[in-house]
Ligand binder design. Structure first.
Ligand code: GAR
Length: 205
């Protein structure tokens, strides 16, 4: 499994911890398009090799594919990756690339909708709930088949930061489990592994 990330890397860290002792699923390398991202420091602490690339290199199959193959990549997980995935990668890994989005798609998705921008938009719209969506990646931002969502209520006075904290807990709780179900489910005749989790926010979740 190759992990693609651009920023802080809390999801990468959680995924690595979850799969540390797994018998068949292994995070093999971090692919990062931002040389200043904190996720690179996390990867180094975790002993996860990292590959940093430019926009031009991402667009170039001759650069990316050998590097993905070098790590035996069969699946790609976008864990806070903020650039668009080029078509050749989607063709190379059909239904084998997933993304996590910090809102209940199809609302609050699309270009420019990432990180705090999403939570600010959710709060501005007066939403009574938010959540996470995990979906297959196609050539449009936040567009492929959604196969997992988890929801959390928002209170009337919640700020974008409050919303971000609630979403962070959902991501830390569910994303590794969803990745595991996706990898295993792909080998079964029925896909998607559809799941909807309603969750009440608690500090201990
Ligand atoms: C996460 O909340 C993830 O859902 C979001 O970026 C954050 C990365 O946090 N992804 C998107 O907004 C994609 N459109 P992290 O770097 O701490 O894992």
């Amino acid at each position: 499994m190759a992990l693609f990330a651009s920023g802080n890397g809390t999801n990468v860290q959680r995924i690595c911890e979850h799969f540390a002792a797994h018998t068949s699923i292994h995070p093999a390398a971090l692919f990062c398009n931002n040389p200043r991202a904190f996720v690179l420091e996390r990867a180094s602490e975790l002993g996860l090799p990292s590959i940093v690339f430019t926009k031009k290199e991402l667009a170039d199959p001759a650069f990316m594919l050998p590097r993905l193959q070098e790590y035996g990549t069969t699946h790609v997980v976008l864990a806070g990756f903020l650039a668009q995935i080029p078509g050749y990668l989607i063709k190379k890994y059909p239904r084998r690339i997933i993304n996590i989005h910090p809102a209940l798609l199809p609302k609050f998705g699309g270009k420019g909708m990432y990180g705090m921008h999403v939570h600010e938009a959710v709060v501005r719209a007066g939403e009574k709930q938010s959540g996470i969506s995990v979906h297959l990646v196609d050539e449009h931002y936040d567009h492929g088949q959604i196969f997992f969502q988890a929801r959390v209520p928002l209170a009337p006075g919640d700020s974008a930061d409050d919303c971000a904290s609630k979403i962070h807990i959902l991501e830390q709780t569910y994303f590794p489990l969803v990745i595991e179900a996706w990898v295993k489910g792909l080998d079964k005749p029925v896909f998607p592994v559809l799941n909807q989790v309603e969750t009440e926010y608690t500090q201990t979740l």
